[in-house]
Design a protein. Structure first.
Length: 385
């Protein structure tokens, strides 16, 4: 974690005054429950111990000056004229959140913000949500308002959807806002109710970035969503009360699968079984049954590979390498697919062997060095100073 004193010194060096507050919001990883969110199902993410930090101080005027250490750039805008940045993308994450706060009639003054982060950017660990939630929280602390938890998550998601123009779900912002130390969150994407599920202290969640990201991810994502939409339409002819695939049980698949063309049927089979696996995995974790949890992770991966067809050879290789290490309970693709990262549950005593063996095996077979992060479940957004 970046040293808070160093962050404050950077702020002082940049803005010539000490910051008044320092806020932290974490990145996240999804342990299980992939492509279930837009089907109104369940997901089981946790906040990780990598985070975005915002040091901040109010200004007497209506101006925002925002410096990102990662981009080594400053953005400046006026509260009464918040528009999309003409050239750069990153300022829009900040501008969108401030605009969202104003739209909720919160009286704001200007501020100086310094952003820094140790969440890898663009690796699927949601540096974007960490940034939005940290900025939203910091600006509210400066202005004595308290739109927190779910409301802050929805505001941050709204900024990303409508101001940045990325159609993300609510999971990332939800975890950045509400993550809990030592816990994952079982989130019901239909009504946003959630339950913290403890993660035992003697395991680590390890994220392996394949370093491969395919351009077809967005179009394939839209295609998968369309298949789910088609399935609901077809199933409704016999099941009028069904509004999303979340309403279909695994046993219903046998009975009503004849309504679906084969290519849609296998997509639906992933979503429906994945939803059940996520509930089963949460129950296994609650019972501290890590073996059962790991098996569900492995089954989840198989389903994403064979039925949802969103894995890649590199991701499959990372999973195979992981499972060959004694002490690894389970391994699976995490995130939308077509590259990206795997998530692995590993007993504490095997962490070193895991990172060495997976890195060496992946490099030998692909020529690429995977980025490997050993993570612990951490707290959602909060104030450090
Ligand atoms: P992910 O959320 O998986 O890391 P995204 O593409 O959704 O990837 O979001 C990454 C974008 O979020 C960056 O390109 C940048 O615009 C913005 N961002 C994330 N972290 C920072 C940061 N520390 N400073 C400025 N912008 C950031
Ligand atoms: Mg993102």
């Amino acid at each position: 974690m970046p040293d808070p004193h160093a962050i404050c010194s950077d702020f002082s060096a940049h803005f010539a005054l000490r910051p008044r507050i320092l806020v932290r919001a974490p990145g996240r990883v999804n342990l299980i429950g992939e492509h279930t969110d837009y089907n109104e199902g369940f997901v089981l993410p946790m906040a990780i111990d990598r985070a975005t930090f915002v040091a901040a101080r109010s200004r007497p005027d209506q101006t925002f000056r925002v410096y990102s250490a990662q981009f080594a750039q400053e953005d400046e805008f006026h509260l009464q004229r918040i528009e999309r940045h003409p050239d750069a993308a990153w300022p829009n994450y900040v501008r969108g959140v401030i605009k969202g706060l104003l739209a909720r009639d919160l009286p704001l003054t200007g501020a100086d913000l310094l952003i820094t982060s140790d969440v890898p950017i663009g690796s699927g660990l949601s540096s974007s949500a960490a940034l939005e939630v940290a900025v939203g929280y910091a600006v509210q602390v400066l202005n004595n308002s308290n739109l927190l938890g779910e409301e802050l998550a929805l505001l941050a998601q709204g900024a990303e959807n409508s101001f940045v123009g990325v159609q993300c779900g609510i999971m990332d912002q939800f975890v950045a806002a509400l993550g809990r130390k030592h816990h994952a969150l079982l989130i019901d994407c239909r009504d946003l109710s959630y339950r913290p599920i403890p993660i035992p202290p003697d395991v680590r969640v390890i994220i392996c970035d394949s370093g491969v990201h395919h351009d077809l991810a967005t179009s394939a994502y839209n295609e998968r969503r369309a298949a789910c939409h088609t399935a609901v339409r077809l199933l409704k002819t016999r099941l009028p009360r069904l509004t999303a695939l979340r309403d279909l049980r695994v046993s219903d698949l046998e009975v009503h699968g004849d309504l679906l063309p084969p290519d849609v049927y296998i997509r639906v089979r992933h979503v429906v079984t994945e939803n059940q696996r996520t509930l089963d995995a949460a129950a296994a974790l609650e019972a501290a049954d890590l073996v059962a949890f790991g098996q569900l992770m492995n089954q989840s991966h198989q389903s994403m590979r064979d039925d949802y067809a969103i894995s890649t050879p590199e991701i499959d290789l990372l999973c195979d390498l992981a499972r060959s290490v004694p002490g690894c309970y389970g391994a699976r693709l995490t995130g939308g697919g077509f590259g990206g990262s795997t998530v692995n549950l590993v007993t504490l005593s095997a962490v070193e062997a895991f990172t060495q063996q997976v890195a060496a095996g992946y490099q030998t077979q692909t020529g690429r060095v995977p980025q490997i992060l050993v993570c612990r479940p951490s707290e959602g957004v909060g104030r450090l100073m």
